[in-house]
Design a protein around this ligand. Sequence first.
Ligand SMILES: Nc1ncnc2c1ncn2[C@@H]1O[C@H](COP(=O)(O)OP(=O)(O)OP(=O)(O)O)[C@@H](O)[C@H]1O
Length: 379
Amino acid sequence: MIEKNKRVLLGMSGGTDSSVAAMRLLEAGYEVIGVTFRFYELNGSTEYLEDARNLAERLGIRHITYDAREIFARQIIEYFVQEYLAGRTPVPCTLCNNYLKWPLLAKIADEMGVFYIATGHYARNIRLNETVYITHAADLDKDQTFFLWGLKQDILNRMLLPMGDITKVEARAWAAEHGFRKVATKKDSIGVCFCPMDYRTFLKDWLVRNGQTSVSNSEASINDSQTTDSDKQTWSDRIRRGRFIDEKGRFIAWHEGYPFYTIGQRRGLGIHLNRPVFVKEIDSEKNEVVLASLSALEKTEMWLKDWNLVNQERTLGRADIIVKIRYRKQENHGTITITPDHLLHVQLHEPLTAVAPGQAAAFYGDGLLLGGGIIVNAR
Ligand SMILES: Nc1ncnc2c1ncn2[C@@H]1O[C@H](COP(=O)(O)OP(=O)(O)OP(=O)(O)O)[C@@H](O)[C@H]1O
């Protein structure tokens, strides 16, 4: 058991939030060690590493880098692509936070004999009767609790969240007042870190690049050529022109390939009808995308896998649980139970549209983040 001293390992991305978090932890009297994970480098840029290093140097704190590119590529990027290829909607940030970022922080902290771990997430935590819960940030606009439902007590017990009590505007002002102009004026990161553009462009690039990788491997070894051909076949097979159909199976128009559409999507379908239509279903086997009116997308029940509940008593069977399937403000009410095959069943009290398999649902009650899971099915 590591002693709870005033040492903390902080994830430093080089961005405003984790930089201000470092300053706030120092001000609170902690000895801060910064770690920057190399997850993914957009266009090969390592400016974030330099920024984190420079800041650590200015603050006089120890800084290390940790190369997590391989595991990130496998666990997050490949999962992201495979989910779209399976006709589902992935949640890479949720997975990264719950299964990669926080567990890595804990692992490295353990190796260093450091108890506390921290990030610049906008969230707070609170201990109630020996259980630690995540709660909303003071800045509700920036609240990131939605991404943290999978964390368990081993992590929650050690978390410090220095940005939970301040707003982003205050964070920028704080950095500026302390003479850190670059930190104060950094742009907010938007969307998924490895895919800030439209995911369709990313998907196309990734598939082409991975197809090409196989080709170049086969050039190195002639014996590989058969595998390569079948790989190429798989990609081109999966992404090909298909049919937009209505709920009765009638042809509406051609689409570019089912992975380029998500449930609930209205824009960018490339078709013009005299009524608004939305993606209702994706059939990856048949390469068909069902379009329907918004009301046809309404669901009142969901089943979740890979779920986590911080406290079952506070969550199960209660009628006032808030269910969120989006990071942004949307919220709904539901009753949650465990099914005999160990899924979570969510009975929604008001219908929700655009519920997509693969997405996450998070639960809140009494102002606490109570857990969540990955949507397998909805009706
Ligand atoms: N590459 C990284 N290395 C170490 N920690 C990271 C890294 N990326 C993110 N984090 C940690 O996770 C937190 C949340 O990251 P996220 O990218 O979701 O938010 P953000 O608002 O862009 O944060 P920031 O302004 O600090 O970049 C960050 O504040 C930071 O503590």
